[in-house]
Design a protein around this ligand. Sequence first.
Ligand code: PLP
Length: 369
Amino acid sequence: MIYLDNGATSLHKPQEVHRAVANTLRYCANPGRGGHEAAMAASRQVFACREEASRLFRCPAERVVMTTNCTHGLNIAINSLIPPDSRVVISGFEHNAVTRPLHARRTKIRVAGRRLFDWEDMLESFEKALKSGVDAAVFTHVSNVFGYILPVEEMAALCRHYGVPFILDAAQSAGVLSVDMEALGAAFIAMPGHKGLLGPQGTGLLLCGHEPRPLLFGGTGSESLSQSMPSYLPDSLEAGTLNVPGIAGLAAGLRYVRSRGIDKIFQQEHRAMTRAAADLQALGFHPFVGEHQAATVSFMPETDCEQAAKMLAEQGIAVRAGLHCAPLAHESAGTLETGTVRISFGHDANPGQNAHLRRALAKIIPVKG
Ligand code: PLP
């Protein structure tokens, strides 16, 4: 199978990740719960993961919180920063992981920047919203549907200028683009461990610049006499037993990403995306392409999207069709009625994948016109 659904999760993890998960299952017990060797070994694994993340994202290690996925981190961040009924500005390309928690809090949402790949439009409407008075901003780094890279450095600078705290959703950028907590000055940055960071499913990270409010209450292995959660990070946000095998795998994924270099990974993925977009165009399809695009390209086939993805699957190509949990992004791009077929490359992108994809597209999908 040619796996081109890395926007959902990375499937082909480095061998080091497999080994770390297996070894941890064998040798590690519960971190922070006991002074015996197996508990200490678990604590070391978790600490190593925090240290790796701290280095890659320039965030103090104790402010790196282990979560179960990006959605979990976003929910903690929104719960901490955005009281019910607040006014919030978001981009026109947000995932349901952002919009649903905001709707659940009856937030007054203002959407800025609905034109695909258009930084000028984004910055102009984003600033207008900040000027009009909002309590917080939440925005994605990269659209999971279209691969659109938002101008997050500039948006962060605008937030700092207007004194508006913000949450960054780094679900599609962590591991492929620079995510610098110190430079951005975010209140929170949430990310999955299982996509570009190449860790197992069930892992995620939340970087905390702002003081957090716990979402879960329970045992932490610290301050057991108290009926309140510890007041300090990361304990205040890590109630219950952690996913230690997953975290050890994530640490191995982080090490792999750092040693290969995110720039190199990005270039390799971007080359493959550019080739795929050119092939789609040559075959008569209309892919969504533009400046500021990462490793994801969406297109609309002549047939129904789900049908097209099924036909590609029959040719051994795994892609994702539909709305990709991001109806707002589809509404912005005018594809809400139809959805799109999404091709998303990963760290293992190579010309062979492009060749297979080209053959499959040419063979099975009727060309428009
Ligand atoms: N935000 C974006 C932009 C995403 O693409 C995704 C997942 O696809 C999420 C948030 C949620 O990530 P997770 O599935 O790790 O909760």
